[in-house]
Design a protein around this ligand. Structure first.
Ligand code: ZN
Length: 227
């Protein structure tokens, strides 16, 4: 396998876009793989395609729409369901798509194998833990072992955002020189609004608070540097 190639599981959101540029810095050749999984905002795939073109990486889309139809009650795939604004006591918010990362990463691994890639990058993070069990480090490590056993390969799943928060994710995007691109061209909003988003859904709130914290910190640093 070629150690110079990496595959990024790519949604076109803030986290995976930051990971895409992180991967570009680490690896010679980068592939981005997006998924159509029955999400309400299919527009995100088009935005992902545009970002991948700008980043000059290979881009592919897999249709796994069956994931959305497997389970009911998810507000990201079922338009009759109203989104949970806060995490319910002792459960997962209804923005959780059961099995999503399990399916995505398993399919990504088969795709990677087919293209002679053994590095797989995903933007999951345990820090701003919203109750999604498949964003946790233990799950990723366990799946990495399983995929290696399943295909007799040596995949390495990279999670550059696992232990950093949204503020630090913005700092990383800035360090990679893509803060403006991430800010304006990605889609994180649960209501499908590009860039700074609708401003009030849980994803927008988390993203905005992180950005404000980072810009404030950066402003303070540059003010201190001038003194
Ligand atoms: Zn929003």
């Amino acid at each position: 396998m070629d150690k110079d190639k990496a595959l990024v599981v790519f949604s076109g959101g803030q986290d995976s876009t930051t990971c895409l540029f992180w991967a570009k810095r680490q690896f010679k050749e980068v592939y981005a793989l997006s998924f159509v999984y029955g999400q309400k905002h299919v527009k995100e795939v088009e935005l992902a395609r545009n970002i991948a073109a700008k980043a000059e990486v290979h881009f592919d889309v897999m249709d796994v729409s069956f994931i959305g139809s497997l389970s009911s009650g998810c507000s990201l795939t079922d338009s009759s369901v109203t989104m949970d604004k806060v995490k319910p006591e002792g459960g997962v918010p209804n923005t959780f798509v059961p099995g999503r990362n399990l399916f995505f990463l398993s399919i990504a691994a088969v795709y990677a194998r087919e293209h002679g890639i053994n590095h797989i990058v995903t933007g999951v993070s345990q820090t701003d833990f919203s109750g999604y069990p498949d964003c946790r480090d233990a799950f990723i490590k366990s799946l990495n072992v399983t995929l290696n056993l399943a295909m007799e390969e040596q995949f390495v799943i990279h999670t550059p955002l696992m232990w950093i928060d949204k503020c630090e994710t913005w700092a990383l995007a800035d360090e990679l020189g893509v803060l403006e691109l991430v800010r304006n061209e990605t889609l994180t909003c649960y209501n499908g609004v590009q860039g700074d988003g609708c401003g009030h859904c849980p994803a927008c709130k988390l993203r905005r608070e992180g950005l404000e914290k980072y810009l404030q910190k950066k402003g303070l640093q540059s003010a201190e540097a001038k003194l």
